[in-house]
Design a protein. Structure first.
Length: 340
C-alpha cells in the first residue's frame, strides 16, 4: 500500500507526539511516585507545587527577604558539614546563611567562604542564650551538620531546639542532631514544623528508640508512617536508594536519577537546601501548594535537587566526584528542575 506525503507526515507527527508524552512520563515516574497509585499528571503536579513556592527575583526586595538560614553545628573534627549545608542554602537562593559552631571550628569555616556569617559560640557556657538572640532573625534552623557528640555541645543543642520550637521556627534535624533525638525523643515530639532527615542507619536507631521494636526491613513505607505518627506526625525524610518522605499520613517516594557514588557531605547539601525550601513552602501559603503539607513539598524538592546535582557532577567526574562538585551544580540543577 502506498501512502501520500501528507499521510506519512501525519503518522510521523502522531508517533513523535506519543514518544514525547511517553518520555515525559518516564522522567516524571523516575522522579516521583506516591505510596498509592497516582497518574503522571498528579506526579507532575508535585513538581509544579515546588515551582509555585519559589519566590520571584524582583528589584523591590531587600536582603534577607528570600531566606535567612541558621546552621547549628561545627566542631574541631567536623568543619566541612556545616559549611556544605550553609553554602548550599545560599546557592539554592537564601540571602543570608549563619553558622553557629564551636570556637575551634570557626576559623576553618570562615576560611572556606567569605559569604557565611560564622558565630563561634556553641561551646561557651551561655551558648543557648547567644543563639537565641539570633533566632528572631532566622527563617529556618538546620541543626546537626558537624555537631559532634560532645555532651556539653549536645546539651546546648537541646536548649537551642527548645528555643526554636518556642518561636515556631521550622527546624531541619540531621546527622548528630538525629543521634540526640534518638537519645531524647521527647525534645521533638509533636513539633510539626520539624523535619528529620535520617539515612537508613539513623532511621533504624530512631525507630527502635521511639517504638521500642526493631525496624522491619521489608516494610520501609509502613515503618516510616509509624515513626512519623509516633512522633506526632512530623515530617521525616528517609534517605536511601529511593528517598521516602512522610508526615504520617502519606508517603512520597523520590527516585529521581542520581548516581551510585556516595561521598560524605551529600546529606549536608540536602539539609541546607531543605532549610531554604521549607521556609519558602511554609511562607507560600496553602493555596500555592494545593493544601499539601508544605514540608512534604519542600522535602520532595530538596531530594530531587540533591539527586540532580549528584547526577550532573557524576557525569563530569565519575568516581572522583566529591560534594564540592555537587554544590557547584546547584544552580544549573535548580534551573533544570524548577525554572525551565
Amino acid at each position: 500500500m502506498l501512502w501520500g506525503r501528507g499521510t506519512v507526515a501525519c503518522v510521523v507527527t502522531a508517533l513523535v507526539s506519543v514518544l514525547v508524552f511517553w518520555l515525559q512520563g518516564e522522567v516524571i515516574q523516575r522522579s516521583f511516585s506516591f505510596h498509592s497509585a497516582y497518574s503522571i499528571k498528579d506526579m507532575e503536579n508535585i513538581y509544579q507545587l515546588v515551582r509555585n513556592v519559589i519566590p520571584p527575583l524582583t528589584a523591590k526586595k531587600h536582603k534577607g527577604q528570600d531566606g535567612r538560614i541558621g546552621v547549628v553545628g561545627g566542631c574541631q573534627e567536623y568543619t566541612g558539614a556545616p559549611y556544605f549545608a550553609a553554602i548550599s542554602a545560599l546557592k539554592v537562593g537564601a540571602d543570608l546563611s549563619h553558622v553557629f559552631c564551636t570556637k575551634d571550628a570557626a576559623a576553618a569555616i570562615k576560611s572556606y567562604s567569605p559569604e557565611l556569617i560564622v558565630h563561634p559560640v556553641l561551646d561557651i557556657s551561655n551558648a543557648v542564650n547567644e543563639v537565641e538572640k539570633w533566632l528572631p532573625r532566622l527563617h529556618t534552623v538546620v541543626l546537626g551538620p558537624g555537631l559532634g557528640r560532645n555532651e556539653v555541645i549536645l546539651e546546648h543543642a537541646k536548649g537551642i531546639i527548645e528555643k526554636t520550637k518556642a518561636k515556631g521556627i521550622p527546624l531541619v534535624i540531621d546527622a548528630d542532631g538525629l543521634w540526640l533525638v534518638a537519645q531524647h525523643p521527647s525534645i521533638i515530639q509533636g513539633y510539626q514544623r520539624a523535619i528529620l532527615t535520617p539515612n537508613l542507619m539513623e532511621f533504624s536507631r530512631l525507630y527502635e528508640a521511639v517504638l521500642r521494636d526493631p525496624m522491619d526491613s521489608n516494610d520501609h513505607h509502613g515503618c516510616l508512617l509509624r515513626l512519623s505518627q509516633a512522633l506526632g506526625n512530623l515530617t521525616i525524610v528517609q534517605k536511601g536508594e529511593r528517598d521516602l518522605i512522610s508526615d504520617g499520613q502519606k508517603v512520597f517516594v523520590c527516585s529521581h536519577e542520581g548516581s551510585n557514588r556516595r561521598c560524605g557531605g551529600q546529606g549536608d547539601l540536602l539539609s541546607g537546601s531543605l532549610g531554604v525550601l521549607a521556609h519558602w513552602a511554609f511562607l507560600a501559603g496553602s493555596e500555592k501548594i494545593n493544601g499539601q503539607n508544605p514540608f512534604l513539598v519542600a522535602a520532595f524538592g530538596a531530594c530531587s535537587l540533591t539527586r540532580q546535582c549528584n547526577s550532573q557532577a557524576f557525569q563530569k567526574y565519575g568516581r572522583s566526584m566529591t560534594t564540592k562538585d555537587m554544590i557547584a551544580e546547584i544552580g544549573t540543577a535548580f534551573n533544570k528542575l524548577f525554572e525551565t
